[in-house]
Design a protein. Structure first.
Length: 235
C-alpha cells in the first residue's frame, strides 16, 4: 500500500522533530535541502532527500509536488523571505496542497498566509508538539494534527513574566483573566526551582515570579490580549 507523503523544505532542528513525528504516524518523508553538507545527516536520520533548488519552478514538478499522494508541504527555512518566495511558488504550482510555514514573529504571519500558507507555526508550537508526542497520547496527537493541517486559529505560546509585572507574585489560581479570555494554561517553568516543565494539571498552585515562563493555548487574538495583560506594569 502506497504511503501518503509529506515534503519538508529545509532541514534543521525543527524540521527533524516534525519529520520524525510524521514518519512515526505513517507518512513518507521527503526533505528538500540544497546544502550538500546536510545530506549525510538526512540519510542517517532515515529520510529521503532532494538537493534540487525550489527557487526554480521546474523543480517543483520534479520533486512531485503535484502528486495526489503528497498531503502537505512544510516550509521551514529560517529565512522568512525565502519561505515567502517558496510559498508563493508552491501555491501557484499546486492550488490544493496544504502548506504549513515556520514563523518566529507574529508580524510575519499575515504575509505568509496571504502568500498561500494554510497554517503558520512558531517554534513554541513545535516544542509543545514534541512534549505531547513523548506522552504517547493518540487523542492529543489527533488534536495537534488538526491544529497543523487545518485552518484552526489555535496556537501555543510561551510568555515570560517581566520584572514589575502586575502578576509578579500572583498565584496561578488567581489568573482569572485566562478563564475569561478563553485561554488554557498548560503549565510553567520556574527558573529558580529547576529547568523542568510544571504541568498546571499537577495541581500545584504556584506563585508566579519575575522570569517564570507560562505555556498557554488559545486563539491568536486571545493570546495577544492575554500577553498584553500579563505584561502590564505595577504603578
Amino acid at each position: 500500500m502506497k504511503k501518503n507523503k509529506i515534503i519538508i523544505f529545509s532541514y534543521n532542528e525543527i524540521s527533524s522533530q516534525i519529520a520524525h513525528i510524521l514518519q512515526g504516524k505513517g507518512y513518507e518523508i521527503l526533505i528538500s535541502e540544497e546544502d550538500e553538507t546536510l545530506q549525510e545527516k538526512i540519510k542517517i536520520d532515515g529520510f529521503q532527500s532532494s538537493t534540487l533548488s525550489l527557487m526554480e519552478d521546474e523543480n517543483l514538478e520534479k520533486i512531485g509536488l503535484n502528486h495526489a499522494d503528497v498531503k502537505a508541504f512544510f516550509c521551514l527555512n529560517e529565512d522568512k523571505n525565502k519561505n515567502l518566495f517558496i510559498i508563493l511558488s508552491v501555491r501557484h504550482f499546486n492550488k490544493n496542497i496544504k502548506i504549513i510555514s515556520l514563523s518566529s514573529d507574529i508580524d510575519n504571519n499575515k504575509p505568509l498566509i496571504l502568500a498561500g500558507a494554510n497554517k503558520v507555526l512558531n517554534p513554541y508550537e513545535i516544542s509543545a508538539f514534541r512534549i505531547f508526542r513523548l506522552l504517547h497520547k493518540p487523542y492529543i496527537l489527533d488534536v495537534l494534527d488538526n491544529i497543523l493541517f487545518s485552518k484552526s486559529d489555535i496556537n501555543i505560546e510561551e510568555i515570560t513574566i517581566k520584572k514589575d509585572s502586575i502578576y509578579d507574585g500572583v498565584l496561578l489560581s488567581e489568573l482569572d483573566q485566562a478563564k475569561r479570555g478563553n485561554i488554557i494554561i498548560l503549565g510553567l517553568q520556574d527558573k529558580e526551582l529547576s529547568e523542568e516543565f510544571i504541568f498546571f494539571s499537577a495541581g500545584i498552585n504556584h506563585k508566579i515570579d519575575n522570569g517564570d515562563t507560562l505555556v498557554v493555548l488559545g486563539k491568536s487574538n486571545d493570546l495577544k490580549i492575554f500577553k498584553s495583560l500579563l505584561n502590564d506594569y505595577k504603578k
